[in-house]
Write a protein that binds this ligand. Sequence first.
Ligand code: 5GP
Ligand code: ZN
Length: 111
Amino acid sequence: MDCIFCKIAKKDIPAAVVLENDNLIAIKDINPQAPAHILIMPKKHYATLLDCKDKGLIGDMLLMANQVAEKLKVYEKGFRVVINTNQDGGQTVFHLHMHLLAGRPLSGMMG
Ligand code: 5GP
Ligand code: ZN
């Protein structure tokens, strides 16, 4: 399957990896919208949030967001997590991923 995030997860395409475990990888977004803009994604391909029924995996994505916030030291000031889903959600890459944004005050829905 021709999926850019699958290729990143398999290390076929380089990315700046922030954290990784057996099931998940967190990378820096190539076009950051905030001083810290990290993408947390499963290594397994799910096109959108709607396609993933794995409660444990979805929970682990949120727990990895906490770990990323801790590692980047944005924990106390705060951060935002977002999962864009399908067209109106603004999803452009159809491999499930969660954005973590931090490092500046975020206003409105996406800041
Ligand atoms: P979406 O709009 O689907 O929620 O977010 C896709 C995100 O992936 C965008 O913020 C975009 O900058 C990022 N992105 C797209 N291609 C690449 C890539 O090849 N490497 C990295 N690190 N980020 C990417
Ligand atoms: Zn994929």
